[in-house]
Design a protein around this ligand. Structure first.
Ligand SMILES: [Zn+2]
Length: 240
């Protein structure tokens, strides 16, 4: 095979390998990121519940204050009842007392309801905190695993980069800029194999003349349809 063509194909394979590291890095971080997101969501929920509890405690205090006022009022009414002279006055006092008692019942019910709610939310916060703590512990282990994976990826990547540097150093500038022009739009399909006499970049059939040129491999052949570099895989050349 033409040496320049060989270099171009090798460069395209190296670039493809380099691009493949990004998803590997994302994949390695995936579990860690997911755990971190869950942890954050749990803390947010705890914070929301704590805020709700604060509001409910304020409501409870207001009801307690109201209760104290009502009981003072009932005490005052009891004192007043001694000085009552007419039936009309007595009825008015009774009515006031009934209303006050109703309000006391209502305030007590409200306090009971709020206490239940606060207890329920406190229990929920406890559960959420336990889950958050579990994740905290898990994160340490997962982080260590991720670091190992990332360092392997980093090692492999360093090797490939060195390989690319050597190759690029040996290539001529013309071939390199030709390659980069195609790669700009074709990305990882800059050099594509020919299978069943078709370009594996655009999947169009190649003429016998172009196909024969690719099989010979004496010069750099571009797909007449899409402009990608064409080459024959070793298995195809033995079939041909
Ligand atoms: Zn093509």
């Amino acid at each position: 095979m033409n040496k320049h063509l060989e270099q171009l194909i090798e460069l395209s394979l190296i670039d493809k390998e380099i691009d493949a590291f990004e998803p590997q890095i994302d994949e390695a971080n995936l579990q860690y990121d997911a755990l971190l997101a869950t942890h954050k969501a749990l803390l947010q929920e705890i914070s929301n519940l704590s805020d709700e509890i604060k509001e409910e405690q304020i409501k409870k205090q207001k009801n307690e204050l109201h209760l104290a006022e009502l009981s003072t009022k009932i005490d005052e009414n009891a004192k007043k009842s001694n000085d009552i002279k007419t039936e009309r006055e007595m009825k008015a006092l009774q009515l006031e007392e009934e209303i006050a008692k109703e309000q006391i019942n209502f305030a007590n019910e409200e306090i009971g309801r709020l206490e239940k709610l606060i207890d329920h939310k406190k229990t929920k916060i406890g559960d959420l905190q336990t889950r958050a703590n579990d994740i905290d512990e898990k994160l340490i282990g997962v982080k260590a695993e991720v670091d190992v994976k990332l360092s392997h990826i980093h090692e492999a990547r360093t090797l490939i980069f060195a390989k690319k540097e050597t190759l690029v150093g040996a290539m001529n500038q013309k071939g390199l800029s030709f390659y980069q022009k195609i790669r700009r739009w074709a990305k990882n399909t800059t050099a594509v194999p020919v299978r069943n006499q078709a370009c594996m970049g655009c999947y169009m059939a190649l003429s016998d003349k172009v196909y024969a040129e690719v099989i010979r491999g004496e010069e750099i052949t571009m797909c007449p349809h899409c402009g990608r570099l064409l080459y024959l895989e070793p298995s195809e050349s033995t079939d041909a």
